[in-house]
Design a protein around this ligand. Structure first.
Ligand code: ATR
Length: 292
């Protein structure tokens, strides 16, 4: 990466950010297309977010990624919210244009893009989402427009119920919630077409764990695991062995990052270069990672 007097800066703000793959991914993409851009990560405590955004404006920072726990709070400090972020109520990408900060959300479209590009038909059939944190909510919003029947299951059922209520208000009565017990999950999977793991189960250093017994995986199921470290989780390995279509968490991370890249640069993102950079960065780290 070369930095000059007129280099355009993009930054990640979150807490923590040290394990993020975004700097490696975005700088590789800028370098590949010979763009005069650079990407840095800053750990910003939530109480300092307002000052950080005033700073971003003053320093004429062109683009931002916003990650946990700042995605919702950031909205009140922005000048404009794109439609992609309005219904979700969360922003993960900001573009500074003519001194105004414009917020977007690329998480949801990122999830939808990877599912569709794997050849999975999301418009019909039944989708089971495991987990009820920020990742589950983003996927729920992404599928809300298109899918017909979505079940959100969580160990703490109350959290799933709250998300389902919110999603049903926006997208119509398409969502149900359930408690994530082995028995309920087994029943829901019988006629499911897609299952999404939006929990942290299976993430290093607990890579031996999975929520779905391999006897419940079938070749006509798409299994999408948002965990990307390890890249091939136990769930994905067992799904592959059962002949299921699989989508890994890195694809989603890259898909949302590629959309951010396109918002900042107006250029088509070099997906393969971004994926290689992430895999290299992951193999250099090797330890605990979060999804998102
Ligand atoms: P994110 O924002 O990335 O979604 P999160 O908000 O911490 O992360 O959510 C993690 C999800 O993984 C939650 O749905 C959590 O379930 P609870 O709400 O019951 O805590 C789920 N999760 C984590 N460990 C789990 C486990 N061992 N079994 C089942 N679900 C688990």
């Amino acid at each position: 990466m070369k930095v000059f007097g007129d280099t355009k800066l993009c930054v990640l703000m979150g807490d923590p950010v040290e394990h993020s793959l975004s700097p490696a991914m975005q700088n590789a993409a800028f370098g590949h297309l010979n763009l005069n851009y650079a990407y840095m990560a800053f750990r910003i405590a939530i109480e300092n977010l307002k000052d950080a955004l005033v700073g971003a404006k003053t320093l004429n920072i062109l683009g931002l990624n916003i990650t946990m726990p700042l995605k919702t709070r950031v909205i009140e400090f922005l000048d404009e919210i794109d439609q992609s972020a309005q219904s979700v109520g969360a922003v993960n990408t900001v573009l500074q244009k003519n001194g105004r900060l414009i917020g977007y959300n690329t998480d949801g479209i990122g999830a939808l893009n990877v599912l569709e590009s794997s050849g999975t038909e999301v418009a019909h059939g039944k989708i089971v989402i495991l987990g009820a944190g920020g990742a589950s909510r983003a996927v729920g919003h992404a599928l809300g427009e298109k899918a017909e029947k979505i079940i959100i299951m969580n160990r703490t059922a109350e959290k799933a119920r709250a998300i389902v209520e919110e999603l049903n208000r926006i997208y119509g009565e398409k969502f149900r919630h359930g408690e994530l017990t082995a028995r309920c999950l087994q029943e829901e999977l019988l006629d499911a077409d897609v299952v999404v793991n939006a929990t942290s189960v299976g993430m290093r250093p607990h890579e031996n764990e999975t929520l779905i017994g391999k006897e419940f995986l079938r070749s006509d199921l798409t299994v999408f695991d948002l965990v990307y470290n390890p890249l091939k989780t136990r769930l994905l390995q067992e799904a592959e062995a059962a002949g299921a279509k699989t989508v890994d968490g890195l694809s989603m991370l890259i898909s949302q990052g590629a959309l951010s890249f396109e918002i900042w640069t107006g250029r088509k993102a070099p997906i393969d270069v971004m994926r290689d950079a992430c895999i290299k960065a992951l193999s250099n780290k090797g330890e605990s990672e979060n999804h998102g």
